[in-house]
Design a binder for this molecule. Structure first.
Ligand code: NAD
Length: 320
């Protein structure tokens, strides 16, 4: 039975990844500074550790006998645009420390395969209608935020360990990911969860606030597609960063419309100032397509699975 370590297993994407790896027959150890807020872990064991500390990374990576076959590194100080723009120092320090210690100690423990979760935040802003950007076009770099700069540094560090130390490294640049069991309130939630919450909290015929003018373009990838992409990439021979994302690009207003349609409510949007991030996105998926991955969920299908979960949290929260 293959043994794997999943860092960040108390979080959204890694929590779902643990379930996928269990279905694939792995023995899984999860590690995170906190336990999962919304679902009990399905990992065989769970270590609560602050992975900014090198000795904690060593503890996470140590087995009674032998080494892990695979390590998935998804732990990060992470949130939506509101968080990314207000916690620059925390992001630059905390996530960099986790990545420096995990990459180095994974190699030290002779882990054969190491996955790093990067982001399309490494790319510069784009204009509406620009042609697709490939992975190579992240350089020369000009990310819109410090979160993107930290990801670029961690990517390059992981690639240096592959080049110089012989550890196989797989790097995914995730587009926005959404689905049940993700952060939906508190300031770290991303746009799909935030809009689902606002619509769930609003009365039929009510108004919700939408940050920005509603024209910023993004693509949103449903969690099951993302986890499948992570797993397929890890098993592949693809070196260097690989974009993973649904090819359906929508404006923020279009996203909000899909959410209201799924909710069955009539809602008016009031555009207010807020941290929106870049104006537009359009990325090539050719590399991940080359190994047979394609997203299966369009936005409406994914929101139809996400909205009821957020609505349930809102109701639970109201009654508690
Ligand atoms: P998340 O916040 O739900 O998960 C990250 C986890 O890392 C959390 O459970 C958190 O407790 C843990 N963590 C933070 N600091 C830690 C520390 N010092 N020690 C141990 N654990 C620590 O976020 P997510 O959406 O699941 O993101 C997972 C990865 O994917 C991150 O690297 C993130 O940057 C990347 N990513 C996510 C998206 C997205 O849309 N969700 C997009 C691009 C990239």
């Amino acid at each position: 039975m293959k043994k794997t370590l999943v860092c960040g297993a108390g979080g959204f994407i890694a929590g779902h990844l643990v379930k996928k790896l269990k279905r694939e027959g792995y023995w899984v150890r999860g590690a995170d500074i906190k336990e999962h807020e919304f679902a009990p872990t399905q990992a065989d064991e769970f270590f609560r550790l602050d992975l900014r500390e090198e000795e904690n990374c060593q503890t996470a990576l140590t087995l009674p006998k032998g080494t892990f076959d695979e390590v998935y590194q998804l732990a990060a100080d992470m949130g939506g645009m509101g968080f990314i723009h207000s916690a620059e120092c925390d992001i630059m320090r905390n996530s960099a420390l986790i990545n420096i210690h995990m990459t180095h100690n994974a190699k030290k423990q002779q882990v054969p395969r190491y996955f790093f979760s990067s982001s399309v935040c490494v790319y510069r802003d784009m204009k509406h209608g620009e042609p697709e950007m490939t992975e190579a076009e992240a350089i020369p770099a000009n990310p819109d935020n410090e979160y993107g700069w930290e990801k670029l540094y961690a990517e390059r560090m992981a690639m240096a360990y592959e080049r110089n130390k012989g550890m196989k490294v797989r790097i995914a640049r995730f587009q926005n990911c959404y689905g049940p069991e993700g952060t939906w309130r508190g300031g770290r939630e991303k746009a799909p969860a935030a809009l689902c919450r606002k619509v769930a909290e609003a009365r039929d015929g009510g108004t919700i606030e939408v940050w920005g003018d509603g024209t910023a373009v993004r693509s949103y990838t449903y969690i099951d597609d993302m986890v499948e992409g992570i797993y397929m990439l890890m098993q592949s021979d693809l070196q260097g960063p690989v974009n993973i994302g649904c090819p359906q690009y929508v404006t923020v207003d279009e996203l909000a419309n899909v959410v209201t349609e799924v909710s069955g409510k009539k809602i008016t949007f009031r555009h207010v100032d807020g941290p929106v991030g870049v104006q537009s996105r359009n990325f090539s998926n050719e590399r991940i397509y080359s190994i047979g991955w394609k997203s299966k969920f369009n936005l409406k299908q994914g929101i139809a699975l996400t909205y009821p979960w957020v609505e349930k949290q809102v109701k639970k929260n109201r009654s508690s």
